[in-house]
Design a protein around this ligand. Structure first.
Ligand code: HEC
Ligand code: HEC
Ligand code: HEC
Ligand code: HEC
Length: 363
């Protein structure tokens, strides 16, 4: 280039700065994931139905999704747990050995550092004075409900407490209703929560709490394509589109996938050219709504105030609570197969050995 002949003082320095800026830009554009990046075609050619995998990203997800070794199976033939324990309301269909095994597993999954007394008064294990025990009982019902009634989503892979808790009392991925954002200085009009970059929606300039709208009581429909030429009282508008996209950013991020893992971008709406995973996700959305409204919301009054959100609501779950960045929790490994006590369809060993029928499930 001619520039070189102009002998502009400091030009060399500027071009070095330029090279640095270029490198930084390249790193930013690749999401700061160092190469190599692998691309895998998952759909029709020419439609960009491609997943990108970086080694660093996969290593990070793999470390988060390790299943702990199963504990020893229950001893068959022990008497019904109800003959030994006074206050069983859920595990009353198990034998003594099965029930004790569940206690040991729950401690390892939810409160390994705290131990049995995280949920129990040491002097009286039958007592329900600690809120953690009351919550844990409802969690037992919720886990069995997921495994028995949401096979459309979790298949026979199922879930255990560990799927969400991963060794800690409060799962790392939960959400609360967000307070209405204050208008930022110098801004006029309603920005609809779009100037508050939030990790859960990939820092996009989109409404930062789509969860209250779509995942809680009276959820809105996740639709942006109108089927009439003019708006006729439906929610199909640019504003609603922004809400849908915010939610979809979270869905993608929770599973560590691109939009095209589920959609054919020729039309996001059309089902028969979407991938089968979109169907599974559809059930997942209904399951999340069910778990929040039937289990977590009603527990809000049981939780102490330090567990509540900024507007006083209880903690709630979404896709990331189970998925933790993987397309299937634990990349599809089943923990449930080693814990039939949590299947919700458990045929108690005691029925055969002690000759008693299993009592009705309370959930
Ligand atoms: C995460 C909470 C939690 C932890 C940790 C926990 N438990 Fe429990 N435990 C419960 C719940 C909930 C019940 C009641 C289950 C039901 O209603 O069917 C229960 C019931 C019991 C009972 C029956 C008491 C009775 O007479 O009704 C015993 C005994 C027991 N647990 C022992 C243990 C032991 C031993 C440990 C530690 C190895 C332990 N638990 C850890 C939540 C927990
Ligand atoms: C689908 C996800 C999911 C599963 C499965 C699950 N939990 Fe939870 N659990 C949650 C969420 C969300 C909370 C609310 C977090 C909080 O307490 O702030 C919670 C809270 C709790 C708490 C209260 C902890 C505290 O310190 O406030 C206990 C105890 C608990 N769960 C026990 C269990 C047990 C035992 C099981 C298995 C029988 C289980 N959970 C299964 C999602 C789950
Ligand atoms: C894991 C699967 C999955 C991923 C990944 C995903 N979506 Fe979706 N998307 C769905 C499902 C399921 C629905 C339908 C929701 C319903 O009906 O409840 C949907 C609905 C939509 C709609 C509304 C279509 C209509 O009917 O009007 C749009 C637009 C959309 N997604 C865009 C995106 C974008 C953009 C991304 C990437 C940021 C994305 N989706 C990622 C599963 C997914
Ligand atoms: C209670 C835990 C839990 C929650 C919450 C959850 N999932 Fe899942 N999901 C699972 C399990 C377990 C599987 C594996 C099922 C199997 O082995 O086929 C799964 C599988 C999937 C798959 C199939 C992936 C594939 O490659 O076949 C998709 C897509 C998916 N989930 C999307 C979602 C979305 C979207 C949400 C939130 C709206 C969600 N899930 C919430 C537990 C959960």
């Amino acid at each position: 280039m001619k520039l070189a002949m102009l002998h502009v003082p400091g030009l060399k320095r500027y071009s070095r700065l330029g090279a640095c800026a270029g490198l930084v830009l390249t790193l930013c554009l690749t999401g700061c994931e160092p190469p190599p990046v692998d691309s895998v075609q998952r759909g029709y050619r020419g439609l960009g139905m491609v997943e990108l995998y970086s080694r660093k990203g996969l290593e990070r997800e793999a470390a988060l999704n390790v299943v702990p070794d199963p504990i020893a199976a229950a001893t068959p033939g022990t008497p019904p747990a109800t003959t030994a324990f006074k206050n069983l309301q859920v595990l009353n269909d198990l034998s003594i050995s099965e029930m004790s095994r569940v206690m040991v597993a729950m401690t390892q999954w939810v409160a390994p550092a705290q131990g049995c007394t995280y949920c129990h008064e040491a002097a009286n294990f039958a007592s329900d004075t600690l809120y953690t025990k009351v919550v844990a009982r409802r969690m037992l019902q919720m886990t069995r409900h997921i495994n028995a009634d949401w096979k459309t989503h979790v298949a026979t892979t199922g879930v255990t407490c560990y799927t969400c808790h991963r060794g800690q009392p409060v799962p790392s991925q939960i959400w609360f209703k967000s307070p209405t954002p204050n208008q930022s200085a110098g801004q006029l009009g309603d920005h609809g929560g779009m100037t508050v970059p939030t990790n859960s929606i990939g820092l996009a300039s989109l409404p930062y709490d789509p969860f209250t709208t779509f995942y809680d009581t009276s959820p809105a429909e996740i639709r942006v394509n109108g089927d009439t030429a003019l708006p006729e009282g439906n929610r199909h508008s640019i504003k609603q589109t922004e809400w849908t996209y915010a939610l979809m950013m979270n869905v993608s991020q929770s599973l560590g996938v691109n939009c095209t893992y589920c959609h054919n971008t020729r039309s996001f709406a059309i089902w028969d050219s979407s991938t089968p995973q979109r169907n599974t996700a559809w059930y997942g959305i209904r399951m999340v709504r069910d778990l929040n409204t039937a289990y977590l919301d009603p527990l809000a009054s049981t939780f102490p105030s330090n567990r509540l959100g900024p507007t006083g609501d209880g903690p709630k779950l979404y896709c990331a609570t189970c998925h933790q960045g993987a397309y299937k929790p634990f990349f599809g490994a089943s923990m449930l197969k080693d814990y039939p006590e949590l299947s919700g369809e458990h045929t108690p060993g005691l029925a055969a050995t002690a000759g008693t029928a299993a009592p009705e499930k309370t959930d």
